[in-house]
Write a new protein. Structure first.
Length: 561
């Protein structure tokens, strides 16, 4: 009896101790709010120990004294709460909708469950949050519908030889040009999770989108470009402070799902030769970690490391395969110098972010590798082999005489295409793999940078900001799959065959009472769309007859209870 009383007392003490712990999250890509809190940190108004490189972020870290969804109004701190007494909390989560339209062909990324599609597309999400002591349940399902009409794709302007080239590359990645033959609809768990949180560490099952790295427009390993995937997670919910600085981390084991669709609707040549090589239907086990360190002696500096592995689940045998994080980086030290003992893709990245609150600025970078070096000499001799990187800078300039108003600048570069090192030793494109032939994708979309394998992006963004309000414009230049272009079209006037998008967008965020609104209107000029040649001769350096225009429109709204 005494033992039972002791156990019960310890349990009640635990509930009381963890009453204030919170495992609710601000979902990756939440319009308006994610931008707002990162800017707050830039201005020195938010804890400078938060890296913004492991997301989603715990709202209690971002807004410890009030409702994270109402940063502009402290009086609405209990908004949405249906019950809050003792260790028990029950809360309604915001309703969110996004309406999107593309006039000519698919465009856009970092939109989770939404798909690359022409025409109209709509997205909805909402849900509830329940917490009792260390236990929390976030149920936030999502639904998407896309009209998904046909559009002039790759096959519309290429012959048998070019179709064979396309399949030679895209048989090694699960990224279909269209994700269904007609309209598309999908309902899934979205940003849902079940967690046990003890102090700064949380253990859980989740379907949430994850973002690893300091990038704003892109990140190399994980983003919200694809739908969220089912995963087990151990992660920090706030920085762990130590005598030498602060640490954040996340470790996951996940399931990635396949589409089992061909890369193109056309699967044979004009004479009936089959082009499509079906992939294994087994789901893939994806595992990875992200850890970063903020040195005590260098305020605002974050240094991080990520590593991730992708393999067919039926090939995973034993603890070391499920938890492969101590696999040697150098092939000479793994499996007798031959590398992985079974088909497995792995990537790694180093990243840094330096926040200068006095200057109201930040610089950040991420440098990744998708192919292990044989040994240290191999890496030192060719560090650019298989590399990708993201680099950017943000700066906020307050407007004199205008309280809480200013101009925010951001510029970012994403480079995923191979360097000239490919001429000596081909590293293959990012996110594709000859053994695990779905590559690093989930439900037909890349889980890393939204520009995709071989894609490069340069963007410049300038905006007026005031609290949650933001008005501005953005220019971006997007090169589609330069690796594919170089390998298959490079020998034939390669420069003339680049598919490059030039986009100019007007963007805005606005808050009104319970609502948050966001809008983007972007005109996109595609040069040499789909690498299709029209009226071309071998003497031409540039192909002027295949430029198309696409109107990309996005409207979003959040209702906060």
């Amino acid at each position: 009896m005494k033992k039972l009383i002791l156990i019960t007392s310890l349990f009640l003490l635990q509930i009381a101790f963890f009453e204030n712990s919170q495992a609710q999250t601000l979902p990756v890509g939440t319009p308006v709010l994610e931008e707002y809190y990162r800017l707050q940190q830039l201005q020195g108004k938010l804890d400078s120990n938060i890296s913004f490189a492991i997301r989603p972020i715990n709202p209690k870290v971002l807004s410890p004294d009030k409702n994270v969804f109402y940063p502009e109004d402290a009086d609405k701190g209990s908004s949405g709460t249906l019950y809050n007494k003792g260790a028990l909390l029950f809360q309604l989560l915001p309703l969110q909708t996004i309406q999107q339209f593309n006039s000519h062909h698919p465009y856009g990324w970092n939109d989770g469950l939404m798909i690359p599609a022409k025409g109209y597309q709509t997205f909805f999400s909402g849900g509830v949050y329940f917490k009792y002591g260390p236990l929390s349940i976030q149920f936030r399902p999502e639904y998407v519908y896309a009209a998904n009409p046909s559009f002039p794709g790759y096959a519309s302007g290429h012959g048998d030889q070019d179709l064979s080239a396309y399949y030679g590359y895209h048989n090694l990645i699960d990224a279909p040009e269209r994700l269904s033959d007609g309209s598309y609809s999908k309902f899934n768990l979205g940003q849902s999770s079940i967690r046990l949180t003890f102090g700064p560490v949380s253990f859980g099952l989740s379907n949430e989108n994850l973002w690893w790295g300091p990038g704003v427009r892109n990140s190399i390993v994980l983003t919200n470009n694809a739908p969220g995937f089912k995963h087990v997670t151990i992660n920090t919910v706030r920085p762990i402070r130590t005598p030498v600085g602060s640490f954040e981390f996340q470790v996951i084991g996940a399931r990635l799902d396949n589409t089992n669709r061909a890369p193109l609707d056309v699967t044979t040549t004009s004479i009936g030769t089959n082009l499509y090589n079906p992939k294994r239907s087994d789901w893939r086990y994806y595992s990875g970690f992200n850890i970063n360190y903020q040195p005590k002696w260098l305020p605002g500096l974050f240094l991080g490391l990520t590593r991730a592995f992708d393999a067919y689940h039926s090939d995973i045998k034993g603890f070391n395969a499920y938890v492969p994080f101590f696999t040697p980086y150098q092939k000479v030290n793994d499996n007798g110098g031959t590398g992985d003992a079974f088909d497995r893709d792995q990537v790694t990245s180093l990243y840094g972010r330096w926040l200068f609150t006095k200057a109201k600025a930040e610089v950040y970078f991420e440098y990744g590798l998708n192919d292990n070096s044989y040994n240290l000499s191999d890496f030192l001799g060719s560090p650019e082999h298989s590399r990708a990187y993201v680099a950017g800078i943000s700066k906020y300039i307050p407007l004199a005489g205008r309280k809480d108003q200013g101009i925010l600048f951001n510029t970012e570069i994403t480079q995923l295409s191979q360097t000239v090192d490919r001429l000596v030793r081909d590293a293959g494109g990012w996110y594709i793999h000859s053994g695990v032939r779905q590559g690093m994708t989930n439900m037909g979309q890349v889980i890393g940078a939204g520009t995709g394998s071989g894609g490069n992006l340069q963007s410049f963004d300038v905006s007026w900001v005031s609290g949650l309000k933001k008005l501005g414009f953005m220019f971006e230049r997007y090169e589609h799959n330069v690796d594919f272009q170089n390998y298959y079209f490079g020998p034939i006037n390669g420069n003339s065959r680049k598919w490059v998008d030039l986009g100019l967008a007007l963007k805005g965020n606005w808050d009104y009472q319970h609502f948050l609104f966001t809008a983007k209107l972007e005109g996109v000029k595609s040069l040499n769309y789909q690498w299709i040649l029209k009226n071309y001769t071998n003497s031409d350096y540039y192909v002027p007859n295949n430029d198309v225009f696409n109107l990309h429109l996005q409207l979003g709204a959040i209702y906060r209870f």
